[in-house]
Ligand binder design. Structure first.
Ligand code: MLC
Ligand code: AMP
Length: 523
């Protein structure tokens, strides 16, 4: 039965039209059987039943730290169908990190990889999780067994538009991660707007090589596909050569800038190999204007850059028709309002003035899980959300992001909050203080570096610091460079001048780790 308030029902209804027209395929997965829309939703319904059998009540959280698979998508849809709140977790998170999320969100059900069950069972029990199930990358596990044991058919648990469908954690500037609460209406409205703005139809084949535990891979790439009845080439991870090969049978790619710089380094990329592609979309981190220019020169396609956040879904996009302007994130999406404000007074600024980006619309989340004071700090009374991004609108209305007022590093599309790493380093014996900074990185855009001031007499080494952080921080957050200084530069107010440190170490990653974007000869 179609229910406009229900995300799962809105995602399902588009594909029903497609199936009626005789197109049944949803996803091609290298090394695994093709999945049809019918099979996806049937399995999602069985999964909803299995979750209910495991004790799930409407409003309960379902946390998942699982590898990318179609079964993981079924778990997402099954949770939503059962009236649950889906809570995906980065597969790189350590036991210590997962322990925090489970303790904070108190999920009824937690699904993890079978290889991590032993390590995570204890923290799940401590957090009072009712049922722990497993799901492996190949689709096997105790969740799959429980799903297979259910009969087909499940009537979606009715939900209001404002009920929660998901919680996604985003690190906090003060250290503690905050759970962004997203409603059925937030997710469904954003998927609908993107489908229309980017002209997705049942004719499309999207190359999906993003992780599905974040907004980009789950709510943008997956929801837009389901909403438009399109098809997916569903890759477990990004591999530039493989993705380039996929382009012969695809029409669209969504990626972070690292996808595009790595693809530019593939000798086979060119007009011929991208001839069947309709659109290349980039987001989650700034796309260098230079990468945009090189891509156009090499393929003849102008990358369509958009701007979003965990808390808001997608906010702005360059136009599908019309100029996709390099170095900008385009215009507010239909229904979304953007304003630029003075960071001190909050006064709205006129075009061409640089200020804080604020956003309001049906896409904006309802607040941070059990943190009303944090929500109040970032939400204006008139409903505008303070993004922490700094931007400017030009005379034609194109929005450019020129910086961030939040102390945040974005590495390969992942957000990393320096505060979280500094707190761990500062706790180490022999450390007086530290500053964690993002430095230009040829592959990831920014790379993490730590500048440490040891206590007098301490002989702390780089290796000791790295070893001490290993179990507490996901690999992508761990500093790739560690420097020792006798003191940190401070301004008159005593605040650490990270800009001076960034300047001092700006070449740290210059000629390392990966071929620089732009290494390719032009023409
Ligand atoms: C991997 N590593 C990273 C990293 N990814 N380090 C820093 N930043 C990253 N993003 C580490 C690995 O642990 C490894 O460490 C080393 O770097 C090399 O790994 P790799 O094999 O080259 O990495 P790869 O698997 O190819 O992954 C790179 C990537 C991936 C860019 C493809 O990180 C990725 O898929 N990023 C997308 C993130 C994303 O979806 N963001 C959207 C958030 S939503 P070592 O030392 O062990 O070798 C959002 C809202 C919005 O932001 O607007 O969309
Ligand atoms: P996240 O919290 O992981 O959702 O990351 C959201 C942040 O990513 C935003 O606040 C921006 O700082 C950044 N971001 C997303 N898209 C873009 C983009 N196209 N250009 C620059 N920054 C972006």
């Amino acid at each position: 039965m179609y229910d406009r308030n229900h995300l799962a029902s809105r995602l399902r209804s588009a594909s029903l039209v497609r199936e009626a027209a005789g197109f049944a395929e949803l996803a091609e997965q290298p090394g695994r059987p093709v999945v049809t829309y019918g099979a996806l939703f049937e399995a999602a319904e069985r999964c909803a039943k299995a979750l209910v059998a495991a004790g799930l009540q409407p409003g309960d959280r379902v946390a998942a730290q699982v590898e990318k698979s179609i079964e993981a998508v079924e778990l997402y849809l099954g949770s939503v169908l059962a009236g649950g709140v889906f809570l995906p977790l980065n597969t790189a998170y350590t036991v210590a990190e997962v322990s925090y999320f489970l303790g904070d969100a108190e999920p009824r059900v937690f699904v993890c990889d079978p290889t991590r069950l032993e390590a995570l069972n204890g923290v799940a029990a401590e957090a009072g999780v009712g049922a722990v199930l497993t799901l492996a990358a190949d689709g096997s596990g105790s969740l799959t067994d429980a799903v297979a044991a259910q009969d087909a058919g499940f009537e979606a648990v009715p939900r209001e538009a404002e009920d929660l469908a998901a919680i996604l954690y985003t690190s906090g500037t003060t250290g503690r991660s905050k759970g962004a609460m997203l409603t059925h209406a937030n997710l469904a409205s954003n998927a609908e707007v993107l489908t229309q703005s980017w002209r997705f139809t049942a004719e499309d084949v999207l190359i999906h090589a993003l992780p599905i535990f974040h907004t980009h891979g789950l709510f943008v790439a997956t929801n837009v596909t389901l909403m438009s009845g399109a098809r997916l080439i569903f890759r477990s991870r990004f591999d530039a050569e493989a993705v380039l090969g996929d382009m012969a049978g695809a029409t669209a790619l969504m990626g972070v800038p690292t996808f595009y710089t790595r693809l530019l380094d593939c000798p086979g990329l060119g007009r011929e190999t991208t001839a069947g592609m309709r659109v290349f979309i980039s987001g989650s981190a700034p796309l260098l204007a230079e990468t945009h220019r090189q891509w156009t020169e090499c393929t003849g396609h102008a990358i369509l850059e958009r701007y979003g956040m965990t808390e808001t879904g997608m906010n702005t996009s360059n136009p599908y028709d019309g100029e996709r302007r390099a170095g900008t994130v385009g215009f507010p999406l239909p229904g979304v309002e953007i304003r630029i404000t003075d960071p001190e007074s909050g006064a709205v600024l006129p075009p061409s003035k640089v200020g804080g980006i604020e956003v309001r619309g049906p896409n904006v989340f309802t607040g941070y899980w059990r943190m009303p004071e944090k929500t109040a700090e970032e939400m204006r009374e008139d409903g505008f959300f303070i993004t922490g991004d700094v931007g400017v609108v030009d005379a034609e209305g194109y929005i450019a992001i020129v910086g961030r007022s939040k102390d945040l590093i974005i590495s390969g599309g992942y957000n990393i909050y320096p505060k979280e790493i500094e707190a761990l380093i500062d706790d180490l014996a022999g450390v007086r203080e530290s500053a964690v900074i993002g430095l230009p990185h040829p592959d990831f855009g920014e790379g993490v570096a730590a500048v440490i001031v040891p206590e007098g007499g301490s002989r702390l080494t780089e290796e000791e610091v790295a070893a001490a952080l290993k179990d507490d921080l996901a690999r992508f957050k761990q500093p790739k460079r560690i420097y020792f200084e006798t003191e940190l530069p401070r301004n008159a107010m005593g605040k650490v001048q990270k800009n001076l440190l960034r300047e001092r170490y700006k070449d740290a990653f210059a000629a390392s780790e990966a071929p620089a974007a732009g290494a390719r000869a032009s023409g």
